[in-house]
Design a protein around this ligand. Structure first.
Ligand code: ZN
Length: 105
């Protein structure tokens, strides 16, 4: 398959250039809108950890839940906060077997 060739006459070239510029502006606006929406979504709390009781001095352990889970709790961790929490506690935070949370990538 070959790329379409531009028209050869000047008025048609100008019209095509104007149309492509208009289309490019619309696409760039759509990209900016999508990036803003992704940034808002990344800051929205979607997860929480229900910490378990522990003997004094024992490491903290918890269960990670994601919004929509019926376990007690409410989302208070956005993607960045969850990454920090998982980096600090690692495998001492287990995934809930009910909601099977999907941590941010
Ligand atoms: Zn859960």
């Amino acid at each position: 398959m070959t790329d379409p060739q531009p028209p050869s006459d000047l008025p048609a070239l100008r019209a095509l250039a104007a149309w492509l510029q208009h289309w490019l502006n619309d696409v760039r606006q759509a990209v900016a809108d999508a990036e803003r929406a992704a940034a808002v979504e990344a800051r929205r709390p979607r997860w929480w950890v229900r910490w378990q009781r522990r003997p004094p001095g024992a490491p903290r352990r918890g269960i990670l839940h994601e919004e929509g889970c019926w376990h007690p709790g409410a989302p208070d961790l956005d993607a960045a906060a969850l990454r920090r929490l998982l980096a600090e506690h690692g495998d001492r935070v287990a995934a809930c077997e009910v909601c099977r949370p999907s941590p941010p990538g």
